[in-house]
Design a protein around this ligand. Sequence first.
Ligand code: ARG
Length: 481
Amino acid sequence: MDKDAAEYTSSLIFDRNLFEYDIMTDFAHLIALNECGLISNTELKKLLSLLLQLYREGFNKLEASYDVEDVHIAIEGWLAEKVGNIAGKLQTARSRNDQVATDLRLAMREKLLELLDSLLSFERTILTFAERSSSKLAIGFTHLQHASPITFGHYFLAYFDMLLRDLNRAISAFDVTNRSPLGSGALATSSFRINRKKTAELLGFDSLVENSLDAVSSRDFLLDSTYASLSIMLTLSKLAEDIIIYSTTEFSIFELPDSLSSTSSIMPQKKNPDVAEIVRARTGMVVGEFTSIASILKALPIGYNRDLQEVSVHSFQSVRTATESIRIMNKVVKGLKINEERVREILSDGFSNATDLAEGLVKDYNINFRDAHRIVGKTVKLAIERKKALVDIDPKVLEGVIFEVTGRKVKVDKKYIVQLLNAERVLYERGTGGPSEREVKRMVDERKENLKRVEEEVKRRKSRVDESKKNLFDIVKKIVR
Ligand code: ARG
């Protein structure tokens, strides 16, 4: 190949990520070749011991130049240099097409386990935070306008639940990934009867990607990992945006620890939420990665096409970004200070309890909700004109509006309004899944159980991967000895 073309099409720079997995794939494949008599015991021993040596010495030992097509060629070349002809047997019953698909799956499942580990740890932080702030007053927004008082327990549990769904997406990406394409050959298997189930088991896969054409043509498992990462980033970007807004002087609801914010090089009073801003920006990058992959896969004819190579880098990058972003946001949330005084101050001069006045009119004055909504709307308008909070409105004014809307003369007590609009009472009244301390505590308890269950799920997968890896290396070492 022309040197420039070879360099242009090479995947060697990315393939550093696949190095150790390519060797593991070789191990499993060689053992299977030996089992069906395609290589002798001596050849097996020789090749395994060299590959084990290479594994220990690492990628750089290959000393491959960047016009080498990929890591598979580089390793085969390295072997050929050491043992000559026997190296040529390695590719019996195998193609780089099933090989790279196998390597990618082995590598990605471990990246997903790291992602899951950081996400579980973040979930624990959030749940603790939610529990500690189960009764801490917060403001709920819609359209970024004051909507209703809530609690920070309720607020953080919302993030907990979003991230738990994200976590389940990552687990399901893992399960889609953890299947073996090895033995599919270029697309149609081969005439050698190697045992695909055996290699799958040696590599700790749950099952086969059985159809060999599907196995070499598909990268949807990488799209799944990228989508899981994207959906995590979308959740994190929401939290990041909240943090950015809530920590402005105007809101002053959150305060970031000094160690996680920066200052301006000219304005010493500034405390900037840089981490949250970078999370927000990197979310955009992951959107791009997802789009890149989908665009590469779109209308690609079935069978292996070199385009597939270009999917890998985006999916691994997106998972890395998600993992790093979770880790840093975990720190940010741990260090977050909530200014509850400020929340009370904002709530006291706002109208976030207007719905509760309307609901009170329904319950205690038998007014239908639409009328009650109209009454409170008009009352709020009058309160704003008089520069008063809703709670401070003269009961006579409210009585007047009720008459205007319903034609009914009723008596409203000042004490009634004050009690009705008290934020704690408002919260207390709220129903299932709502912001009351009672509901938050119930939800926290349930979620502690849920989290334990998911932790077990992840642990089970991780142990299986770790054990199979250890097992494979034990087998190899035993043969080499
Ligand atoms: N570097 C390639 C990739 O990542 C490996 C497979 C190459 N196969 C081929 N038929 N050229 O997809």
